[in-house]
Design a binder for this molecule. Structure first.
Ligand code: HAM
Length: 422
């Protein structure tokens, strides 16, 4: 029988990487606090309808990428492909409209999409998701872009490109879609097969096709700006004004339409030069009609989600710091078999002091191998207990960084280690 492996596109986040994730999450928590976003934990699966109606029936996510299954009561459920629809559902279900508006929430966790796996693209991936619900003010759009950028700057990321666009609203978008169709009609034969089907169903999506022949055709496609209604135009102008006032460098990108149908007005992405084709470290925008689409009251909102794997990949490539790699403070070494029990109780004693982390060997290793294990564990100090030390009530302490060695009375060990900044 062959050994069972994880499904394609799904990864174990091993300890050598997970400490980096913790670092990023800690920074995200700090930024959330600074911007007044409160943490929420959302379910990993929801009723399928929430996503099919919220994200849109003609999107790739809903058409091809959802992990949908029937539970034992034959309800159709879906592993969340993103968090925004769930945030809106949670806001409505928990009557957050009674709270001070806007309600600013953030969450993190795994999302699931049946995509073709490649570097930076997985079938289970993690997002940090920030949403501001309840206000249609354009400065909130600017706030979420600023939040994303501040997070990246706290993490030490550089070389990022902010792309911004407006995708209009149900009042002005239909006329723009017609304009686009008029433009594409002449080149319909040259569009890729996917874009041919998009022509009738969702012509906006042709704009962000990555295939070279489609890109060539979309180069001169009309932009949305002259088609925006007064409300969308005014909103967009204020977003741009806000970005300028906060000195945020951005590019207008008329092709930025995003892959989810709920967007209205502002859409944005932040790209990294380091990531190759999967280069978006976050994407977001405004979704004022999402709540209406899923049967809730009207609820304006704006937010973004950032891929955790991609952030860590770029940080690795840019050699950003993840803080200190966690290691233990003290590794206890038993010099003889007889002193293992003393080593064991010393370890337990040290651990009961909140700030000292300690470990020891459980594989019956000899002295030399125990030293190796200490280094492997990233210990700062080793404490050696031989028969001589035990009989004299002392411990031999070695600083693994400096090589310095002292004999310390067992009752003074904790204060000694504290003095050594352990
Ligand atoms: P999205 O653009 O689909 O937007 O995803 C946001 C980010 O999640 C991407 O920029 C990328 O960093 C990461 N990501 C997406 N798919 C994958 C994947 N298969 N593997 C690895 N990382 C991935 C949304 O999900 C919206 N809910 C964002 C939003 C929040 N809009 C408003 N509020």
């Amino acid at each position: 029988m062959s050994t069972i492996k994880a499904p394609r596109g799904v990864r174990d986040i091993l300890p050598d990487e997970s400490w980096k994730w913790s670092y990023v999450l800690d920074k995200a928590k700090d930024i959330a606090e600074i911007f007044g976003y409160r943490e929420i934990h959302l379910p990993v699966f929801e009723h399928t309808e929430l996503f099919s109606r919220g994200i849109g029936e003609t999107t790739d996510v809903v058409e091809k990428e959802m992990y949908t299954f029937q539970d034992r009561s034959e309800r159709s459920l879906t592993l969340r492909p993103e968090a925004t629809a769930s945030m809106v559902r949670a806001y409505n279900q928990n009557k957050f409209s009674n709270q001070h508006q806007p309600v600013k929430l953030w969450c993190y966790g795994p999302m699931f999409r049946y995509e073709r796996p490649q570097k930076g693209r997985y079938r289970q991936f993690w997002q940090l998701d920030f949403e501001s619900l309840g206000s249609d003010h354009p400065f909130v759009d600017v706030e979420v872009i600023k939040l994303a950028l501040d997070l990246y700057s706290h993490l030490g990321l550089s070389n990022l490109d902010v792309l911004v666009n407006s995708v209009g609203c149900p009042q002005c978008r239909p006329a723009y879609k017609e304009k686009l169709k008029d433009y594409f009609r002449a080149d319909l034969d040259r569009l890729c097969d996917t874009c041919k089907t998009r022509f009738e169903r969702n012509p906006l999506r042709i704009l962000d096709c990555k295939k070279p022949q489609c890109r060539e055709i979309t180069e001169k496609a009309p932009d949305i700006y002259s088609s925006l209604c007064d409300d969308c135009r005014e909103h967009f102008d204020k977003v741009i004004k806000g970005l300028k006032h906060l000195n945020i460098q951005y590019h207008l990108d008329k092709r930025l339409v995003r892959g989810l149908d709920y967007y209205t007005k502002t859409a944005f992405e932040i790209l990294s030069g380091e990531l190759g084709s999967q280069n978006a470290v976050c994407g977001g925008g405004r979704y004022d009609n999402l709540s209406d689409e899923v049967g809730g009251p009207h609820l304006p909102g704006v937010g973004f989600a950032a891929g955790l794997e991609r952030i860590v990949l770029v940080m690795d490539q840019q050699k950003c710091s993840f803080g200190e790699k966690p290691g233990i403070n003290v590794y206890i070494i038993a010099a003889q078999e007889e002193t293992r029990i003393d080593a064991f109780s010393l370890m337990s004693e040290l651990r009961s002091n909140d700030h000292v982390s300690a470990d020891m060997d459980y594989m019956n290793r000899g002295m030399k191998a125990q030293f190796k294990a200490a280094v492997n564990k990233g210990a700062s100090f080793v404490c050696i207990l031989g028969e001589d030390e035990v009989s004299r009530g002392v411990v031999t302490v070695k600083n693994l960084e400096t090589g310095e060695q002292d004999q310390v009375g067992r009752d003074k060990l904790v204060s000694f280690l504290e003095k050594e900044n352990c």
